[in-house]
Design a binder for this molecule. Structure first.
Ligand code: OGA
Ligand code: NI
Length: 352
């Protein structure tokens, strides 16, 4: 049978309109790039779990140390007692699900394939640059400063703006605490990193991964690092996130009311490579839709990022040149989700 390319703009509408029992050809990865799901490690404690309660007790130094080790050895950790109320989390997940269940014509009002738009619904990763599509739809929002963007957000479902704004503000509070903790863990002043971020920025994605008839042929998101500073990932109860550790993909299964934190490329730069922004990916499954909601905490576009001078020594020379976050952001979106690190374009000796 000849391969059919869908006329639907969004994957969720393709999946719900046609009874799809095979992955369309434009989603199929070449053999060498497939997820090899049988080779994935599944363990209960795949990444460290940090109890943030002790950030506010005399045990703070111990928590900072745990966070530092997690950033150094995994690039990922989970947090509990993070201060984001359970009801805020439940409302956020529920409103995301309601949004993706709206009729196609209502969602399509937000559709765009232009990565520079600050509010947009799209599919895959960047359909303008990629050769193989990913099994994902997503709504991307900018959310700090809130008053600059909230008027662009959906008003259907009716509670969307209220619930998402509440979640964003709470997630920002957590991000600021984590940024301080990470700064301290590097031996820097606790405000050092925050001060490098210009006016600060915060984006989020509402990711929707429909069930997939052949999950071993495609990805929700292929292996990538996050370009931003740190990511706070909220996910529903359906597994899908995997993290690369010592050359093996490790599944990170959902734990209710915890967040998954990962450091992004900008922490790798600021830390002069002491902390690595780690490859991770999202795989899909046959049975259940999955929702994940990353909060991307970022510098503002004009912020100048480079290794912290205190972390540049004779033994550890400066790895990266200085750049504005705006320049990094443009390069990242233009080149697509290649496995090669975008950071390579910014190494100090590179002439690019
Ligand atoms: C991302 C991401 C992981 C997930 O959106 O950058 O890594 O589990 N998502 O959806
Ligand atoms: Ni990511």
């Amino acid at each position: 049978m000849a391969a059919t390319i869908s006329k639907k703009l969004l994957l969720s509408d393709l999946v719900s309109s046609d009874k799809i029992d095979r992955v369309p050809s434009n989603y199929i990865r070449p053999l060498s790039q497939r997820p090899n799901l049988q080779d994935v490690f599944h363990g209960d404690h795949s990444i460290p779990l940090v109890d943030l309660h002790h950030l506010h007790t005399p045990n703070r130094a111990h928590v900072i140390k745990q966070i530092g080790l997690a950033c150094r050895d995994f690039g990922f950790f989970q947090v509990k007692n993070h201060g984001v109320p359970e009801s805020t989390i439940a409302n956020m997940i529920n409103i995301a699900r309601e949004f993706f269940n709206l009729p196609e014509e209502e969602r399509l009002d937000f559709y765009s394939d232009d990565p520079t738009k600050t509010t947009r619904l799209s599919t895959s990763f960047n359909i303008r640059t990629e050769k193989v599509a990913n099994w994902r739809d997503f709504l991307r929002l900018h959310c700090y400063p809130l008053q600059d963007y909230i008027h662009e957000w959906p008003t259907n479902p009716e509670a969307f703006r209220d619930h998402v704004a509440e979640y964003c503000q709470s997630a920002r509070g957590l991000a600021l605490q984590l940024v301080e903790a990470i700064s301290e863990s590097l031996g820097l002043d606790k405000d050092y990193i925050s001060r490098q971020l210009g006016r600060h920025a915060q984006h989020m994605a509402l990711n929707y991964y429909p069930p997939c008839p052949q999950p071993d042929l495609t990805y929700g998101l292929p292996g990538h690092t996050d370009l931003n500073l740190i990511t706070i990932l909220l996910q529903d109860q359906v597994p899908g996130l995997q993290v690369l550790k010592d050359g093996h993909w490790v599944a990170v299964n959902p734990v209710p009311n915890t967040f998954i934190i990962n450091i992004g490329d900008q922490i790798q730069v600021l830390s002069n490579d002491r902390y690595k922004s780690v490859l991770h990916r999202a795989v899909v499954n046959c049975d259940r839709e999955r929702i994940s909601i990353p909060t991307f905490y970022c510098p503002s576009p004009d912020a100048v990022i480079g290794p912290a001078p205190e972390l540049v020594t004779d033994d550890e020379p400066c790895v990266y040149r200085k750049f504005t976050y705006g320049e990094y952001y443009d390069k990242f979106w233009k080149r697509g989700l290649a496995t090669e690190n975008c950071l390579d374009l910014f190494v100090a000796s590179s002439l690019t």
